[in-house]
Design a protein around this ligand. Structure first.
Ligand SMILES: Nc1ncnc2c1ncn2[C@@H]1O[C@H](COP(=O)(O)OP(=O)(O)OP(=O)(O)O)[C@@H](O)[C@H]1O
Ligand SMILES: [Mg+2]
Length: 237
């Protein structure tokens, strides 16, 4: 399945954020969306599972335009998982196990989901009884990802998966993403870390000034510098 934005415009009250975005994330690939703070990366990502609606233009999931139809939205949200930038927005239950089983219970697939195996996939074997709010930021991010994985999505949209993680934590996410791709999940993520983006992504795009200003299968240092992107993370070691 592919995620497509066609000439998408979006404003919060009087702040124009997306000003004619054309963007495609392909099935079977990892796509990284780069861009400076406030460029609108989170805003664009939230369009791909219907958390936000464009003021004009179209969002297509697998060729189908997202509309206001509630049944369609439920279907899209079960296929396109969303991992928020801040795990505190996502982790609501008192234990990890309850948190990860929340989504499947909601759509009546709880019997089919092996919570322990899902936790093992994100390197949190045996953490089911822990309290999410006593875990480190990196662990919380992986609990949030496990909650999305438990829904067995085709696509996972991750907003800044490495924000707040140290080098080892970010590298762990590189391995995790590679395993997800091997398991057939397509991934669209945003990141400030050009090095991380280059390490994981098949395609990179830069959002700036409300539009996609660069797309390619890699990005050079000069280009990254020109768009004000941070290039030292993960690279300067
Ligand atoms: N709910 C909101 N109401 C009003 N303005 C908002 C809202 N959310 C975001 N904005 C503004 O929209 C712009 C784009 O924000 P967004 O969070 O999409 O950027 P971003 O590229 O994800 O930034 P960052 O790299 O800091 O995560 C910013 O100027 C931000 O202040
Ligand atoms: Mg953001």
């Amino acid at each position: 399945m592919t995620l497509v934005a066609e000439d998408v415009r979006f404003a919060y009250a009087d702040r124009d954020v997306l000003q004619g975005v054309d963007f495609t994330a392909l099935e079977g690939e990892v796509t990284a969306l780069l861009g400076p703070n406030g460029a609108g990366k989170s805003t664009l990502l939230k369009h791909f599972n219907g958390l936000l609606r464009p003021d004009s233009g179209r969002i297509l999931v697998d060729g189908n335009r997202i509309t206001d139809d509630q049944a369609q939205l439920r279907e899209i949200r079960s296929r396109v998982g969303f991992v928020f930038q801040n795990p505190e927005n996502q982790l609501l239950a008192p234990t990890v196990r309850q948190d990860v089983s929340f989504g499947p219970r909601n759509i009546d697939t709880a019997d089919e989901v092996d919570i322990e195996a899902t936790l093992a996939r994100v390197g949190l074997d045996g953490a089911g009884n822990r309290h999410p709010h006593t875990m480190s930021n990196g662990e919380q991010k992986r609990v949030a990802l496990a909650g999305v994985l438990a829904m067995d999505p085709d696509y996972i949209v991750m907003d800044e998966p490495t924000a707040g993680l140290d080098g080892a934590g970010a590298e762990r996410f590189v391995g995790l993403i590679e395993e997800l791709v091997d398991a057939g999940v397509s991934i669209l993520l945003s990141t400030h870390h050009v090095g991380f983006g280059k390490a994981v992504a098949d395609r990179l795009a830069v959002l700036k000034g409300g539009q996609i200003v660069y797309e390619g299968d890699t990005i050079g240092r000069d280009t990254a510098d020109r768009y004000g992107l941070r290039t030292w993370a993960l690279e300067r070691r």
